[in-house]
Design a protein around this ligand. Sequence first.
Ligand SMILES: [Zn+2]
Length: 283
Amino acid sequence: MLQQIIQAIRALFQSIFGSAPSPRINAEPPLEKPQDASELDPIPNDTLLVIERLEEVIDQAAALKPVETLDSSPEVPVTKPSGRYAWCLDNGHGKLTAGKRSPLFDDGVTRFFEYAFNRDIVQRIARSLTQHGIEHLVVVPEEEIGDFLEGRVARANDWASQLPKCFVSVHANAGPVPDDTRDWSMASGAETWYYHTSVSGRKLAAVFQKHICEKTGFRNRGIKSQATKQFFVLQKTLMPAILTENGFYNNKTEVLFLMSEEGRQKIADAHVAAILEIEQNGL
Ligand SMILES: [Zn+2]
């Protein structure tokens, strides 16, 4: 009896959909999941994909979306939350992510680890946002974790906030080395990436890039985007999203700045200044 029912159902399905398709083998290329700029290969040293005049980008975006004005009527009690946006702060990689570390220093012991740097900067930003009463989520507080790309995106997308969300992924960069005999790169400076079709993302990127370069003195490599090989977190987050690359950890001089207390605080302060500007002016 059961067999007959199963056969009847199978016959019904075949009459509707045709016979079962044979499994597709390699029908689609594997999904590429680049995490940050250091994985975009080949990018010739210091070649920019997109450089835009930051002031122009900010002006264009402002023209598209006028800044909101608060109702100043004294009869209406202010019930708005203290901030305008909810900020997802992403630290990019975990301790178990392969690579993402500097060459060994001359002492043969010291090495810079990007996951630790990213976490430190995100913690500094988070502390400051708490003081300013601005809603935020440290997307991946765990350290013993790998790339966790899908998890990062899911946590940001699933975060239930009353406010519109923005996503900021904090990184340091790695540049190409001149030849096989050298470990260290000559590349230097900061750049900020956004999703190529997002006007809000482009404005976010411009504001962050401006503050990062002003506060740190990093060489300005511009805001960047490209239609292919977009970083996974920029592609998949359902909100304006950017990825900041704060200097090069395989540049022997720049990495010292990234390892210093002063340098780290400047980088964090720059991110906070950008957030405060967006909070004030809107996207
Ligand atoms: Zn990175």
